[in-house]
Ligand binder design. Structure first.
Ligand code: NAD
Ligand code: IPM
Ligand code: MN
Length: 352
C-alpha cells in the first residue's frame, strides 16, 4: 500500500468546509486504488492567528517543504482585515508561502463544462469551444515590491527582473507546444516600464519556439476580448496582478468561482493546489459553498506533485458526472449542500 503524503491547510471561511469535502473524495480514491491517505494538517492564516500563532507558523511551513504537495482552502476574511502588513493572513501567510517555496508559476484553467454553458451569463456561442489556461507569474511584481506610507501618501513598487519574466514565459511556451500552440502575452506596455521589459523578454523567449504563435494584448483590452472572443486563446501569459484579476473574470465563463482550481508550481514536482476563490465570508458557515474547485485542486495535486494521473482522472470524471446530473450546489443551480455534493462524488468514485 503506497502512502499519499501531503500537507493539508484548511485555512479560513469556506476553506475548511470545501477542504473537508476534498478529504472525503481523496479518501474514496485512496480506498479504490489501494493507497493510504496521509494528510499532515496544519494551521494557516486567520485560523493560526486565532490560535495565538503567526499567520504562517514554522511547523506549517516545515511540513509544506517536507511533503512538497500542499492542498490549501483559503485564507483571510473580515475578522482579520484590521491587521496590518505581514500580520494579515494574505501578506503574512499566503504570499510568503508562495515566495519561500518559489512557486512562481500559477496555472488556472478556463474550459467551461458543457453542463454549465447555459448557466453562465454569456451567450452559448461566446462560450462553446473555449479552452484556455492562464499562466500567471506568482512571486514577483507589485505584490512583492516595497510598500508603505510616507508623508506624501502610500506606495507599492512594481519590479520584475528579466529572469523572473523569462522563466514564466518558458513555462507558458512549454505548455503551449503541448496544446494549440498559441501564447497571448498580456501587459500594459503603453504605460509601465516593467511591461516593456515583459514584452521584450517574452519576444526573446518566443524565438526559441518558432512553432508557437505569439500575440501581445494590453490588459485593459484583454478584459474585453476575454468576453467577446474567449475561443481565440490557448495559453494566456501574464504578470501577477493582471493574472489575479483576469482569472476571476474567466471564472464567470466557467459558470462559477466555485469550479476553478489552481496549481502553483516551480521547477520539479513541488506544488501548492488551491481553488482560485477566497474564503467567501458572505456564505461561510452555511454549508452551501461549492466544493468542486477544491476537489479539482486535489486532483491536480495527485497528477502534478504525486504522480497519480489515473487517480486524478477518476476525480475529474466524477466531477463531470456530478455536473452532468446536476448533483451540485446552489451557485450552479443545484440543490445539494457542500457535503452532499462531496458524498455524491465519493460514491461515484466507489461505484465506477
Ligand atoms: P471570494 O472569492 O472569497 O468571494 C467572491 C464571491 O464568490 C463571493 O460572493 C463568494 O460567496 C463567491 N464564492 C467564492 N467561493 C465560492 C464557492 N466555493 N462557492 C460558491 N460561491 C463562492 O473573494 P472576496 O470576497 O473578495 O474575498 C474574501 C476573502 O478571501 C478576503 O479576505 C481575501 O483576501 C481572501 N482570498 C483568499 C484567497 C486564497 O486564500 N487563495 C483567494 C482570494 C481571496
Ligand atoms: C488569489 C488571491 C490572492 C492573490 C490574495 C488572497 C493574496 O486573490 O490567489 O487569487 O491576490 O493572489
Ligand atoms: Mn484572486
Amino acid at each position: 500500500m503506497s502512502a499519499i503524503n501531503f500537507t493539508y491547510l484548511p485555512g479560513d471561511g469556506v476553506g475548511p468546509e470545501v477542504g473537508a469535502v476534498a478529504m472525503t473524495v481523496l479518501q474514496a480514491i485512496a480506498e479504490k486504488y489501494g493507497h493510504d491517505l496521509k494528510p499532515a494538517q496544519y494551521l494557516i492564516g486567520g485560523a493560526a492567528i486565532d490560535a495565538g500563532l503567526k499567520p504562517l507558523p514554522d511547523d506549517t511551513f516545515a511540513s509544506c517543504q517536507k511533503t512538497g504537495a500542499i492542498l490549501l482552502g483559503a485564507v483571510g476574511g473580515p475578522k482579520w482585515d484590521h491587521l496590518k502588513g505581514a500580520d494579515r493572513p494574505e501578506l503574512g501567510a499566503l504570499l510568503p508561502l508562495r515566495k519561500r517555496l518559489n512557486l512562481y508559476a500559477n496555472i488556472r484553467p478556463c474550459k467551461p463544462y458543457p453542463a454549465l454553458i447555459d448557466h453562465a451569463p454569456l451567450k452559448r456561442e461566446r462560450l462553446e469551444g473555449t479552452d484556455f489556461i492562464v499562466m500567471r507569474e506568482l512571486t514577483g511584481g507589485i505584490y512583492f515590491g516595497a510598500k508603505g506610507r510616507d508623508t506624501l501618501g502610500a506606495y507599492d513598487e512594481c519590479r520584475y527582473s528579466e529572469i523572473e519574466i523569462e522563466r514564466i514565459a518558458i513555462k507558458a511556451f512549454e505548455l503551449a507546444i503541448t496544446r494549440r500552440k498559441k501564447v497571448t502575452s498580456v501587459d500594459k506596455s503603453n504605460v509601465l516600464e516593467t511591461s516593456r521589459l515583459w514584452r521584450q523578454t517574452v519576444m526573446k523567449v518566443a524565438a526559441s519556439y518558432p512553432s508557437v504563435e505569439l500575440e501581445h494584448l494590453l490588459i485593459d483590452a484583454m478584459t474585453m476580448h476575454m468576453l467577446t472572443r474567449a475561443q481565440d486563446f490557448d495559453v494566456i501569459l501574464t504578470e501577477n496582478m493582471f493574472g489575479d484579476i483576469l482569472t476571476d473574470e474567466a471564472s464567470v465563463l466557467s459558470g462559477s468561482m466555485g469550479v476553478v482550481p489552481s496549481a502553483s508550481i516551480s521547477d520539479g514536482t513541488i506544488g501548492m493546489y488551491e481553488p482560485i476563490h477566497g474564503s467567501a465570508p458572505d456564505i461561510a458557515g452555511q454549508g452551501i459553498a461549492n466544493p468542486l474547485a477544491m476537489i479539482l485542486s486535489a486532483a491536480w495535486m495527485l497528477r502534478l506533485s504525486l504522480g497519480l494521473p489515473a487517480e486524478a482522472q477518476a476525480i475529474e470524471d466524477a466531477v463531470a458526472a456530478a455536473l452532468d446530473g446536476q448533483h451540485v450546489t446552489g451557485d450552479l443551480g443545484g440543490r445539494l449542500s457542500t457535503s452532499q455534493t462531496g458524498d455524491w462524488i465519493a460514491n461515484y468514485v466507489h461505484q465506477s
